[in-house]
Design a protein. Structure first.
Length: 179
């Protein structure tokens, strides 16, 4: 190896006039990097049947009671969907502070600020608000601008659209208010 960090390699180059039979091109040396096992998540010994992407911390949150080795030998698969659902459940496991603002002739709540679980969907929250206000028709707007999808989680909405005082601000009315 040369002092500049390059090693010389011989490559044959075809030449139509065949004036040169071979040419030397400098090739950069590839440094060898040692990576500690714990840096890539290999802090526990692996067997040939243990999948590399499943570690013990995620497995304990998964609703499945079988081990990855059981899945290889014919059990139910430990799917990435169930791992994703478990991780999302953990991310949404907190209380969200809501502030409710009536628009126009909508009935006013006694307590306009309250907390709910973050994993509740907007559709469930919408049904509870209709029951709480005892109305048939209700329109809810997030930050006085749009109505979220019914399957959006309140925690996700909070993480994206929280307002002043770390609250999720909803406006509500009995008839459409924004077009």
């Amino acid at each position: 190896m040369s002092s500049a960090g390059f090693k010389k390699a011989t490559f044959l180059q075809t030449d139509p006039e065949n004036t040169h039979s071979s040419t030397y091109f400098p090739t950069p040396a590839v440094p060898e990097v040692e990576v500690a096992d714990h840096a890539v998540g290999l802090d526990r010994p692996r067997t040939s049947t243990t999948p590399p992407d499943v570690d013990g911390s995620l497995r304990e949150h998964c609703p499945s009671t079988t081990s990855p080795e059981d899945h290889i030998h014919g059990g139910d698969p430990l799917s990435s969907d169930s791992l994703l659902q478990a991780a999302l459940r953990d991310l949404r496991n907190f209380k969200v502070q809501l502030h409710m603002r009536p628009i126009s002739m909508a009935p006013k709540l006694k307590n306009s600020t309250f907390s709910i679980d973050g994993f509740i969907t907007f559709g469930e929250f919408f049904r509870k608000m209709k029951q709480l206000l005892r109305v048939e028709s209700l329109y809810l707007y997030l930050q006085s601008s749009f109505t979220p999808e019914r399957d959006d989680c309140i925690a996700d909405l909070y993480n994206c659209f929280k307002g002043p005082g770390d609250q999720l601000v909803f406006s509500y009315s009995l008839e459409p208010s924004y077009s």
